[in-house]
Design a protein around this ligand. Sequence first.
Ligand SMILES: NC(=O)C1=CN([C@@H]2O[C@H](COP(=O)(O)OP(=O)(O)OC[C@H]3O[C@@H](n4cnc5c(N)ncnc54)[C@H](O)[C@@H]3O)[C@@H](O)[C@H]2O)C=CC1
Ligand SMILES: CC(=O)C(=O)O
Length: 335
Amino acid sequence: MSLSDAAVPMPLDDARPASPALRHRKVGVIGAGAVGTAICYSTLIRGVAREVALYDIDGPKVRAEVLDLAHGTAFTSTTQMTGGDDPAVLADAEVVVITAGAKQKPGQTRLDLAEANIAILRTLLPTVQSVAPDALIVLVSNPVDVLTLAAQRITGLPAGRVIGSGTLLDTSRLRWQLASRVHVHPSSVHAVILGEHGDTEFPVWSSASIGPTPLLAWPDADAPAFTREELDGIAHEVTHAAYEVIQGKGATNYAIGVATTRLLEAILRDQHAILPVSTVMDGVMGLADVALSLPSVVGRAGVERVLPVELDEDERARLATSAETLRTVAAQFGF
Ligand SMILES: NC(=O)C1=CN([C@@H]2O[C@H](COP(=O)(O)OP(=O)(O)OC[C@H]3O[C@@H](n4cnc5c(N)ncnc54)[C@H](O)[C@@H]3O)[C@@H](O)[C@H]2O)C=CC1
Ligand SMILES: CC(=O)C(=O)O
């Protein structure tokens, strides 16, 4: 069996023609590292796609990961797990998720990865477009906002078809922090991190709420009101969460795995869900020629609309700082 033959055999029921709704639900994932495999795993478990295909240049590694994931599909949904070291495994994917490339070493910022990972995109994207010409592109590799702008410019695709995971993960971290503090489920916390997925990101406290109660007016006998100092501390922990995890285990992967699956679900099920993801801005809130996260309506066509947000003066200044930081880095690479 060649390395690119790593696809598991089709179960009998998959030999029948798929219903139109299922026929195209194939996700390609590039990069069989900590992040790519976590995305495959959570996508299998949640049954979001009909087929997940994993591609990596490291043949033995990708073959082993595909087999390990495929061996568990008796206990997941009907999803097929395929893959190998030939990019043809991505053929006809509806969405291709890019996790390939360098990751931060302790002490590095995400922006330090720009040169290496833009170079990978320049060779990878033409291949992706030839094997999966209709695919939406989802960027996860870092610095994800700079790579989202680069990928959109390299492919020439409409802005909404090139999506960075952006601050979806940071927002999840924030919701978990706040939920733990007031003893509710994170799904009942409505708060968002916007801007760069990186050191200049910021929480939008002015519109955050817990259930229907504005966060800044939080009253509860069991959990007292938030002070400004405490909110600053929570924001700092969210922004620095990745550094702590990377210091301890060398990578972050499970949370980005489920966050990316949530994005894939919004796309493949055409949910028109509002998610904080990164796309190239086209003038919304005065932003252009930069990719960063604002609340975005996500469905089968990709990001269908980017929603302007009501921000206070401090939040507006922080959005401008994020945009300026990202523009400066992207410009160094001609974007
Ligand atoms: N956007 C986000 O929220 C997050 C982004 N990341 C980023 O995801 C990226 C991947 O992280 P890990 O999976 O931990 O790294 P890893 O080192 O475990 O895996 C990277 C994989 O990419 C493969 N690869 C390298 N060049 C390739 C190419 N040209 N074609 C195909 N495959 C190629 C390598 O063989 C390796 O298997 C990093 O840039 C990291 O910073 C990680 C966590 C969260
Ligand atoms: C590595 C990274 O970008 C994160 O975990 O947020």
